[in-house]
Design a protein around this ligand. Sequence first.
Ligand code: ZN
Length: 326
Amino acid sequence: MKNILIGIDLGGTNIKVGCFDSNLKLLGKTSIATRLRRADMGPQTVVERLSAEIGRLVGRCGLKTEDIAAAGIGTPGPADYKAGIIINSTNMPAFKNFPIRQLLSDKLNCPVAFDNDANVACLGEFVAGAGKNITDMVFFTLGTGIGGGIISGGKLIRGSSGNAAELGHVIIYPGGRQCNCGQRGCVEAYASANNTAKRAKEAVENGEQSGLKKILEQKGEIRCEDVYEYLKNGDALAKRITDETAEALAILCINMLHTTDPQRIVFAGGMIAAGDILLDRIKYYFNKEIWKLKKETVEICFATLGEDAGIIGAAAMAREKLKAKR
Ligand SMILES: [Zn+2]
């Protein structure tokens, strides 16, 4: 019966795939390497390999490719989500002006939904994770960069061109640090994993005392994980850097609270491995700076689905696409 949903999370390193029933119950999942840097592995080949892998996965679940009702795919931007085209991606340089939605739809012979990976993960958390049973949520992924997603009245906000919720590039300190996007003072320029590490490195290079100096001397770099490791040991610089990160994120939370009035603000991504020590500081600055009347109207928490948020969200998007067609 044609009622299976496929959720695909296409990243620079791996492609994760999940096979779900119509109630989004996970029937099986798999992962293959994206391997885009080899000359013989153009995006066409990736789609071929991906389709073959989906066929194997569906088979392992005791089903046939013909049972697939719809698929959803999340990719890093920038992309033309309405046209279904990946424009270019720093992590996947071979995918240039690539019409992924149509090609995948032809291969799988079903409708394919396509959106950016942060929106997809946001929807995953909304339907099955930290956003379950609410209607309004703001979602941030804290990784190399900062991605975002907004659910309002149970629906993802996509904007006029499909590029809403680029929350990493909300300006929180005008004239502040230079961001990769060209603006100054974006929250990403402070609070992404990369920029957290970068600020620590700059401070050590400027002579600030810290155990992280040893890490920089030994490894030639400081990673975000190192900052949180030293934070646990009470390192003063690690504490200052974390406070700056937490304050930047708290300001972003306050701005989003005033913009969309969510019930929950959810943080996901590699950096939440830092744990409560980070979450507590975000809440501290949030409560310190928020307009009193708005206090305690929102819950700030971490995501709960981990890496599966992408495939679950993509399958949920596929289900939405089917409903819209009916
Ligand atoms: Zn920016």
